[in-house]
Design a protein around this ligand. Structure first.
Ligand SMILES: Nc1ncnc2c1ncn2[C@@H]1O[C@H](COP(=O)(O)OP(=O)(O)O)[C@@H](O)[C@H]1O
Ligand SMILES: [Mg+2]
Length: 579
């Protein structure tokens, strides 16, 4: 009923759980004092053996106890909140550092949607477990014992009867746990699957509309929603039943206690004061456990969420290399490098060099493996055969941060964050002055376009949505230039943008290698952009089919030449001259 791995997450929060137990226990003590005062006053009045002074004292003590009880309740709520906050923070920290350790390749293991759910709702579902359940677990053992010790002074027989009835509650909880667990598994599965589908449809909403497929999508969603509703109802029914069972024990147990009390009182074995104490406090034996049962049901979902989170935390981490490449020449060498994904060969037997200061291009039709090469190099995907090295050091043996310090990768889908242009540029190099940033904007022809909007202070929306495609890509390149690393990888950075932006970006990429001596890999499916390269590699099906300079490849008259001519023809088509 208590998961020890979760307890460890409490860490500093354990102090708050201890406080919760203490405050709750003091609340109970106050309660006993209040009832004690009431019982003594009533019995005193009844037998007419109490004077006003004594009555005032009892009243004073009772009022003080009521006030204390309010204070303890307040303190308990605060401690409960703090315990939850601390534990959730620890858990989120663990998930985050796990993500960092998994590195940029985390997507090989979990989807971003799963991470989002785990970090958000998944962790949130543990709130009751950490904030209430754990302390209640201890308190619900402590409370009946305390009551027994107090009440057995009045009548040990009835106190013992009440104490004996108490273990029925955890027995019920345990018995229903098994049923609940199976149901809870299904519930969580349905919950996550529904969440996944929803996010997916939401992201693709425009596309679904374009293809008139939104109705079908809505039906799919409806169906999953119904499944989720049904399983939710089952969970709720079971919860209701558990609550009913717990209530039954509470009431029956209390009633038994009351019957015994009345019986003893009528027989004259018991004082009125003691009888009142029993009558009022009998229920208190059971209430903490009843509440534990309620928390347990809510906490159960949290435990399921925790299982998912722990499964993620237990993913085997790729061996993180320790080496760094600190000096040039920054030559990249592929030697019989292959990559297989789930049994399917994606890249096979690649052998080629990218010497320092050279610009090479990877070209080929979609799906030929260009991005996979870039992703292996930047370690977005891991686990290749053969060898990929930089300056003689195998990239597997490199520390990821060290690798990022010498390589900048820009892709068509690189991210622009919500925030100012300045913030986004500073990611490239946090120490750049505004003068430098403006210089780079000017280089990328962005200064004139952005200045009317506020220049560096222009606030970008998520993903740079309030820029044109060409501006976006030029800004991504600007940020990359600021990072100033010896190696650059550009993956389709000129896709679907205006000709002026494309020409400028290609010109800057050329300057990077020719004037600044950077090692550059350019990936493009538009062959015209690769013409300037020192060497071009044409990929098909994950292997190199042809390679050489543009002129050599054209002379050869092979596949590259054919592709190049076909693209030229297509581009000239609107002009009416198909060559
Ligand atoms: N994340 C992935 N999981 C599984 N297969 C992938 C993944 N990404 C790409 N592939 C497969 O790898 C092959 C090469 O893809 P990619 O390198 O993206 O090609 P390109 O960039 O040349 O268009 C394709 O057959 C594609 O289906
Ligand atoms: Mg690609």
């Amino acid at each position: 009923m208590i998961k020890f791995r979760l307890l460890r997450l409490l860490n500093k929060g354990a102090r708050y759980v201890l406080l919760e137990i203490i405050w709750q226990w003091l609340e109970l003590v106050s309660q006993i004092i209040i009832i004690g005062c009431v019982a003594r006053t009533i019995s005193g009045v009844f037998y007419n053996i109490i004077d006003t002074k004594k009555m005032m004292i009892y009243l004073g003590v009772a009022l003080f106890a009521i006030f204390s009880r309010l204070v303890f309740d307040r303190l308990y709520t605060e401690a409960s909140f703090e315990a939850g906050v601390e534990a959730k923070k620890n858990l989120r920290d663990e998930i985050y550092s796990k993500l960092l350790r998994l590195g940029s390749g985390y997507r090989q293991h979990v989807s971003s949607a799963q991470i989002t759910q785990m970090m958000g709702e998944g962790v949130e579902q543990l709130d009751v477990y950490f904030g209430k359940y754990i302390s209640q677990f201890v308190y619900s053992l402590l409370a009946p014992v305390t009551l027994f010790l107090v009440l057995s002074r009045y009548n040990s027989k009835i106190a013992a009867v009440l104490l004996v009835a108490v273990p029925f509650m955890p027995a019920i909880i345990m018995a229903l746990t098994k049923a609940a667990q199976k149901l809870s598994d299904k519930y969580m599965e349905s919950y996550y699957s529904f969440g996944d589908t929803f996010l997916e449809k939401l992201h693709g909403l425009t596309t679904l509309k374009v293809y008139n497929a939104d109705e079908k999508a809505a039906e799919d969603l409806d169906e999953e929603c119904q499944d989720f509703r049904k399983i939710s109802m089952k969970v709720l029914s079971l919860q209701l039943f558990t609550t009913f069972a717990l209530d039954l024990i509470t009431y029956v147990g209390t009633a038994v206690g009351i019957v015994f009390t009345i019986n003893e009182y009528l027989k004259g074995n018991m004082e009125l004061e003691a009888a009142i104490m029993f009558l009022i406090l009998a229920a208190e034996f059971f209430l903490p456990l009843r509440l534990l049962g309620v928390y347990f049901q809510i906490g159960m979902n949290g435990i399921k969420a925790a299982d998912k989170i722990f499964a993620f935390l237990d993913i085997k981490e790729p061996a993180q290399g320790k080496q760094a490449v600190t000096e040039g020449p920054y030559n990249i060498a592929f030697r019989n490098a292959s990559f297989t994904y789930k049994g399917i060969s994606i890249l096979s037997d690649l052998t080629f060099d990218v010497p320092e200061g050279k610009l090479i291009s990877l070209v080929g039709v979609s799906g030929s493996g260009k991005s996979s090469i870039a992703n292996l190099l930047r370690r977005q995907i891991k686990g290749y055969d053969g060898s990929i090295s930089i300056n003689g050091k195998e990239i597997k043996s490199l520390n990821e941060n060290a690798l990022m310090a010498i390589m900048t990768a820009v892709a068509a889908n690189s991210f622009l964050f919500p925030g100012t242009v300045r913030d986004n540029l500073l990611l490239g190099n946090s120490k750049s002055s505004d003068k430098k940033l403006n210089g780079i904007l000017k280089l990328m022809n962005l200064q004139d376009e952005l200045n009317p909007k506020g220049g560096l202070n222009f606030i970008l929306e998520e993903g740079g949505k309030n820029l044109s495609a060409g501006q976006r890509q030029r800004l991504l390149v600007a940020r990359a230039l600021l990072k100033n690393t010896p190696i650059y990888v550009f993956d389709e950075v000129t896709n679907n943008i205006d000709v002026e932006s494309e020409d400028l970006i290609v010109k800057v990429i050329k300057q990077l290698s020719k004037e600044m001596g950077k090692t550059v890999i350019l990936i493009t499916h538009r062959l015209e952009n690769a013409v300037m390269s020192d060497e071009i590699f044409l990929l098909t099906g994950g292997s190199i089919l042809e390679h050489g300079t543009h002129n050599k490849l054209m002379e050869k008259g092979g596949r590259y030449a054919a592709l190049y001519k076909a693209q030229k023809a297509l581009e000239n088509y609107p002009g009416g001259e198909v060559s």
